[in-house]
Design a protein around this ligand. Structure first.
Ligand code: P6P
Length: 339
């Protein structure tokens, strides 16, 4: 077997040939995100040694009301800096910022991409050394390229993503991404400071033995979701829930299973954010052969995006298991559902 090292940079450049009209901007953008991931990884790995653990000074939380961790803000700043310096992106939207951030062009160069990201998803786990992750999505801007980016550039459906990926800071640091031609994974080799191709053409198992849901909210779910979760338990599936969506979905991408975050009284629209959690991860999982829909049976990537921090319910994972969940909702739902 050819075990020659293929770095992320080399792979991205090689894949650029797949896009006959590629001008190299997307390539540059993906490489810059890789650099940001290495910088964030360095701090995540030594978070306990420097004063970036714990809660940030600002007590008012972020746009989603979550308590902000110091490392969240560090990761956010580093991603924004890298994307600003890349010259390949004309704006970013982050979970940590209420509004999008226009990035002025360098010279008379006008970039044609915008980037959405959750800089450090699952950050409540940081202080207890549990895996956290960065999630990103890339859109081609729709606004007039002569001016600054506009809100419309960020409110595109997930189906219009040109690329999406995540970085999982776990026992090793893994970057997984897609540009719509399959999903590939790269493990960071600290000895050479490069992400190296480690998981080529990832395909999600058609079914699996894991289900991932916050069982603590069971009684707060609608009856059809409770019945579906009962069925998972009756089938002796194994419950795995870390409270970090990137880590939970990553397990399912590699080993099969389903991750579900239904609506509850506290989160009637669902808790997870559509723009920078559900859409990018759904693009990746669909590209790997999986499915992702709301628990109201709408395909995640087809959802209208009305505002940056919009929430959604989600059931994502192995195609056969998402279909089973769909069958449950159709059978038990109090109100008939129509496609
Ligand atoms: P709960 C982390 O805050 C996050 O956004 C996702 O990464 C994770 O899946 C979910 O929220 C956990 O939410 O309500 O189960 O603690």
């Amino acid at each position: 077997m050819n075990n020659r090292i293929v770095t992320l940079d080399e792979f991205i450049i090689r894949r650029q040939k797949d896009f006959p009209f590629a001008s190299g901007e997307l390539t540059g953008l993906l490489r810059d995100i890789g650099v940001a991931a290495k910088i964030v990884n360095r701090e995540v790995n030594k978070a306990g040694l420097v004063n970036i653990l714990g809660k940030a000074a600002s007590q008012d939380g972020n746009a989603s009301g979550d308590q902000v961790q110091k490392l969240d803000l560090y990761a956010n700043d580093k991603l924004i800096d890298c994307l600003k310096n890349s010259g390949e992106c004309c704006g970013v939207a982050s979970e940590e910022n209420e509004d999008f951030i226009p990035i002025p062009g360098v010279g008379n160069k006008t970039s044609k991409y915008v980037v959405v990201f959750d800089p450090l998803d699952g950050s409540s786990n940081i202080d207890v050394n549990v895996s956290v992750g960065t999630i990103f999505g890339i859109y081609r801007r729709t606004s007039d390229s002569k001016g600054p980016c506009k809100l419309e550039d960020f409110l595109q459906k997930g189906a219009d993503l040109v690329a999406a990926g995540y970085v999982l800071y776990g026992t090793s640091t893994l970057l997984v991404y897609t540009t719509g031609r399959g999903v590939n994974g790269f493990t960071l080799d600290p000895s050479i400071g490069e992400f190296c191709l480690s998981h080529k053409d990832i395909q999600i198992p058609k079914s699996g033995n894991y289900y991932s849901v916050n069982q603590g909210y069971y009684l707060k779910f609608d009856v059809e979701m409770r019945r579906y979760i009962d069925q998972c338990s009756d089938m002796n599936l194994r419950l795995r829930y870390i409270g970090s969506m990137v880590a939970d979905v990553h397990r399912i991408l590699f080993q099969g299973g389903i991750f579900v975050y239904p609506n509850t009284r506290k989160y009637p629209q669902g808790k997870l954010r559509l723009v920078y959690e559900c859409n990018p991860l759904s693009f990746i999982v669909e590209q790997a052969g999986g499915k992702a829909m709301t628990v109201q049976l709408k395909r995640i990537l087809d959802l209208e995006v009305k505002h940056l921090h919009q929430r959604a319910t989600i059931a994502i994972g192995s195609p056969e298991m998402v279909d089973e969940m769909k069958a449950f909702v159709e059978r038990y739902s109090a109100t008939p559902t129509f496609d």
